[in-house]
Design a protein around this ligand. Structure first.
Ligand code: 6CS
Length: 314
């Protein structure tokens, strides 16, 4: 059969690279074919999720940044400074986490989705018109965030005026001044030319971009055990591939931005400068628990335990 797989990025961006590897593995190990739909071909992230839930698409990559309305617990990825900056620790966490590999699949299943994989896409940095060294510098800055209530809370706590928007509107909104800032991982800042419409990149180590790949659950449950195995193996292979692909990607991307636009200011805040941003974590965590109750609390606690074992294993 031909299976349809949509994602939120271009073919040569991280989600596209993952999808291409997945396709290659499935096609090499079965008689099935996968048709890939990059960003823009089937609509925004919310549209491709609807299509996957309706069974028009068999596979979809949607980042938790857009899944908050459907699965409130997925917002846990927006508690600032929860995920570690060390790449090896982060990779070990995603590989072994019980929260990621056992608890989240149950929550996605309730929405008719078979969660296949969650993986990181790189450290998230802000791009703005003016330098940011403290929360005071974000005052009166209309800052675009993904459509996610907890991310709104997080940027409020950072001092900004958060403006949730779908991705397709961000470049234009920066260009026309409707917003003055946004955040994304390094590779994406470079590939989508965010430097053309902003002047400063600021990295404060507050987050790593997480994404999730899933299948329509009815479709997946209806497959033979053999086909399910092909999909699981292809997911594992694509996961290994994408972690490897991202070694040095953040650094190289920031370098490319500087080459493309030498006047671009690229700042990494010091430990001292980060402090007031880090101090918002408790308040955002409390907002998360408020939104998600007992279920969210359990996932957050499990994630913390998983993060602890990941860092101890390094
Ligand atoms: O900011 C966004 O909306 C987008 N950022 C990334 C890295 N991937 C897809 C998402 O739509």
């Amino acid at each position: 059969a031909t299976w349809r797989y949509a994602f939120e990025e271009a073919m040569d961006e991280v989600q596209g690279k993952y999808a291409q590897k997945f396709k290659e593995e499935v096609e090499a190990n079965s008689d099935h074919t996968i048709q890939l739909f990059p960003f823009g071909t089937l609509g925004e992230s919310a549209d491709i999720m609807e299509q996957a839930q309706a069974g028009i698409l068999q596979f979809v990559d949607q980042s938790p940044g857009f899944t908050g309305a459907l699965i409130p617990e997925a917002q846990v990825f927006f508690v600032p400074y929860l995920l570690p900056q060390d790449q090896e620790t982060l990779n070990t966490f995603f590989r072994n986490s019980k929260a990621i590999n056992e608890m989240f699949p149950e929550l996605y299943a309730e929405q008719g989705l078979e969660l296949l994989k969650m993986f990181p896409e790189g450290e998230v940095c802000m791009t703005t018109q003016e330098p940011v060294h403290s929360p005071a510098d974000l005052e009166d800055v209309k800052f675009r965030v993904m459509t996610n209530p907890l991310l709104v809370e997080s940027y409020k706590a950072f001092g900004a005026t958060p403006t949730p928007l779908p991705w397709g509107e961000v470049y234009g909104a920066l260009q026309t001044g409707i917003i003055q800032g946004q955040e994304n991982p390094g590779f994406f800042l470079e590939s989508t030319k965010m430097y053309e419409v902003t002047e400063v990149v600021t990295c404060i180590g507050h987050n790593n971009f997480t994404t999730a790949v899933m299948a329509n659950k009815d479709f997946y449950d209806g497959l033979s055990e053999e086909d399910q195995k092909v999909i699981q193996n292809a997911s594992d292979a694509a996961f290994d591939y994408i972690l490897d692909y991202q070694k040095n990607l953040q650094e190289e991307s920031l370098k490319k931005i500087k080459e493309a636009k030498p006047s671009m200011e690229i700042n990494t805040l010091s430990e001292e400068e980060r402090k007031p941003f880090m101090e918002t974590a408790d308040e955002v965590e409390a907002a998360f628990i408020e939104m998600t109750g007992e279920s969210g609390k359990k996932i957050l606690e499990q994630m913390k335990a998983d993060l602890k074992s990941a860092s101890q294993s390094q």
